[in-house]
Design a protein around this ligand. Structure first.
Ligand code: SF4
Length: 324
């Protein structure tokens, strides 16, 4: 998106769960949330209103049919996107991908689309810079909940994943690693949106049952207490983020925090965290990746990832940060 923005003013138009990132990043002429579904009256009216601003081209990143329909209703002369069977007729420039679906990183897919629009592919991983006010807000929230950034490293734990249970490592194992982090003198922040409450609550319960060492380190459940800028700033203040393959994983990577990422039904070939310094942990089973939301055979891919292995990676980053 930044590469495209270098060509001229960009109007970002998408679902609210994604547009907040572009507002935070800044640098885009306009950012608008979808007013309704692609086939709804509100959605069609909005597309026409955007079309009335006479955009030169619409660049369609998602592969869905509905996103191509939106582009067609906007009516820009150029409509660029991936050539998936059912929607080729709605696009004026069809981008072909010379590799099997999900076999290369999604960022590569997006770069192909951007290049078709005339943009120059960036060399580096995407980074999100946060202003000092966001960091101050995050630090104040942590202090109010008993964490001390001056005295102890912060470990961010994000046990949710919106796609489904087949992307979520077991709560007891998250809690096991979180308890060890507290035992090693780190504050632990449980992070997630309202939709992640079941996952974070299960970790919080398991964590309260775990033998809490008398170390003074805090365990903070901040589920639902963060908007996107605050979540990004909390992740930026952490020494390491322990995550599933999820939005917070990419957000942590984008703000420069090392990530320990656990992959179950999905594939790091497609959605690994971008940038250096991260560790992806997965357990190879013949059925993986299956890209299912639910597992029919007992989540063997996550069963094989034990807490010892994960703790090793988390501990290394806690200690590495101390040494630095
Ligand atoms: S089917 Fe296999 S890869 Fe898919 S979630 Fe179950 S164990 Fe994991």
């Amino acid at each position: 998106m930044r590469a495209i923005a270098a060509l001229g003013p960009v109007h970002v138009w998408g679902p609210a769960r994604g547009t907040s990132l572009y507002r935070l990043a800044g640098g885009f002429a306009e950012v608008t949330d979808f007013a309704g579904g692609a086939f709804s009256l509100a959605g069609v009216r909005q597309a026409r209103a955007i079309g009335a601003q006479t955009p030169r081209r619409v660049v369609v990143f998602p592969r869905s049919f509905s996103s191509a329909v939106r582009a067609a209703v906007v009516g820009a002369r150029e409509r660029i996107g991936i050539d998936d069977e059912a929607r080729g007729l709605l696009l004026t420039r069809r981008v072909a991908l010379p590799w099997a679906a999900r076999s290369r990183h999604l960022a590569e897919e997006f770069a192909r689309i951007a290049e078709a629009a005339g943009a120059v592919r960036p060399d580096d991983a995407p980074r999100l810079s946060l202003d000092a006010a966001h960091r101050r807000r995050a630090a104040a929230l942590l202090a109010a909940r008993g964490a001390s950034l001056e005295a102890r490293p912060l470990v961010a734990v994000c046990p949710g994943a919106a796609f489904g249970p087949a992307k979520r490592w077991a709560a007891e194992r998250f809690a096991d690693v979180a308890a060890r982090a507290r035992g090693a003198g780190a504050d632990v922040a449980l992070l997630g949106a309202d939709a992640d409450r079941d996952a974070t609550a299960a970790v919080a319960r398991a964590l309260s049952r775990a033998d809490a060492p008398a170390c003074g380190a805090a365990a903070l459940d901040l589920t639902g207490a963060t908007d996107l800028p605050l979540l990004a700033a909390l992740l930026a203040l952490a020494r390491v983020a322990l995550v599933n393959d999820s939005g917070p994983m990419h957000l942590a990577a984008a703000v420069g925090t090392p990530v320990v990422a656990l992959f179950g039904s999905t594939s790091p070939d497609w959605t690994a965290p971008l940038g250096a310094g991260h560790t992806v942990i997965r357990y190879p089973v013949p059925c993986s990746p299956c890209f299912r939301r639910d597992c029919p055979i007992g989540l063997l891919c996550f069963e094989g990832i034990d807490a010892d292995r994960v703790w090793e990676e988390v501990a290394r980053r806690i200690d590495g940060g101390r040494a630095a």
